[in-house]
Design a protein around this ligand. Structure first.
Ligand SMILES: *Cc1c(COP(=O)(O)O)cnc(C)c1O
Ligand code: SF4
Length: 343
């Protein structure tokens, strides 16, 4: 067994284990995890300094998750936009391919909270998805996501990459993974050697707080970068984690220092069970305004909203606001005018 597989076995998954380490109400946690599972790697657990801190908030179940009745389990309509199981084909030239339903840490704010880590959501049958991509020459970009693709074994991941690589019209492959943040030991020399064979390959990772940038995560990113893999980062704006201009600026700067280029800051999707993380768009704009000009342009990602109903991502900077600031009008890539309301 490899070291990362051992780490996965040693994760905290039960309320009792958590209550043995911290002062938490085991029964409260138990109620949440019956609906939304918990998993915390030993490494990520070690980044917690005190209950309620930004690392804690991202990984420890909160009873608030069960008190969100306004938002929807699938606001982006991913299930409707799925032509075959596990594929989301929303944009003409690219697809998201959900290859895994597991993650090293189950983030409490996850946009696919409805299924990720839950029993009953099974990974897509690879053959059917690959056949769909092969039959659609307009697809030139395949984004592996999930769950976390890097929770697959090297062999299973390679089988998928190889099948996609053989399709002539697939020009690039992207992997979305939080492993460098939550399970850095996953980025082994063997994995990187394998990935290198499937260039052009882009890895988008998901750091949300400067304290996640550690020696271990820096080493993981350096390995990928040394293999010639372009590294990007997608952060989510989260209340009590990074909704502070100074924290976000420090995060962006630290990412550049470990060779990761900030790509997106996401406004939180309107996903059920995550309302306690929501920030207002106007506050997000302040966070982003503290970047441009104040630091390297390379440290300034696009601040985007993924519109409900699968209407696509739009840049917040292009939105027009109502007088009270609670409604935004945006124009998506199809030229449709869409109104977005804060909850
Ligand atoms: C975000 C997303 C993509 C990729 O968008 P980019 O802007 O190209 O990074 C593709 N498909 C779906 C369904 C998405 O949600
Ligand atoms: S790593 Fe990504 S997919 Fe997995 S729980 Fe976190 S946000 Fe969700």
């Amino acid at each position: 067994m490899e070291a990362w597989e051992k780490s996965l076995r040693n994760c905290i998954t039960s309320p009792e284990e958590l209550a043995g380490l911290f002062h938490v109400q085991g029964e409260d946690v138990a109620q949440v995890v019956r609906r939304y599972p918990m998993r915390i790697t030993p490494y990520y657990l070690g980044l917690i300094r005190e209950p309620g801190d930004p690392i804690w908030r991202q990984c420890v179940p909160d009873p608030e998750e069960l008190h969100d009745f306004v938002q929807s389990p699938d606001p982006l309509d991913e299930e409707r936009l799925s032509p075959v199981p596990g594929l989301i084909h929303r944009y003409p030239d690219r697809v998201v391919f959900l290859v895994s339903t597991a993650c090293a840490v189950y983030c409490r704010f996850c946009m696919r909270k409805r299924g990720v880590g839950c029993q009953g959501m099974s990974p897509a049958p690879v053959d059917e998805a690959v056949a769909y991509i092969a039959a659609h020459p307009e697809i030139r970009d395949v984004i592996l996501s999930g769950g976390d693709p890097l929770l697959l074994s090297d062999e299973r991941l390679e089988a998928i990459l190889a099948a996609l690589h053989r399709i002539p019209h697939v020009e690039i492959i992207r992997i979305g993974t939080r492993a460098p943040v939550t399970l850095p030991e996953r980025i082994t020399a063997k994995l990187t050697r394998m990935l290198k064979r499937y260039q052009p390959l882009y890895v988008n990772t998901h750091f949300n707080h400067p304290r996640e940038v550690t020696e271990a995560s820096a080493k993981a990113c350096a390995r990928l970068a040394d293999a010639g893999i372009q590294l990007g980062n997608q952060s989510v704006l989260l209340k009590g984690v990074n909704d502070d201009p100074r924290v976000m600026r420090e995060l962006m700067q630290r990412l550049l220092a470990i060779r990761v280029r900030p790509y997106y800051i996401h406004q939180m999707d309107l996903v059920q069970g995550t309302a306690h993380f929501r920030t207002r768009v106007a506050d997000g704009m302040k966070v982003v305004a503290a970047l441009r000009g104040h630091t390297s342009g390379l440290a300034v990602p696009h601040y985007v909203i993924d519109l409900p109903g699968g209407k696509g991502k739009v840049e917040v900077s292009s939105a027009r606001f109502s007088a009270d600031g609670s409604r935004l009008t945006v124009t998506n890539y199809l030229g449709e005018e869409i109104e977005y309301r804060e909850v």
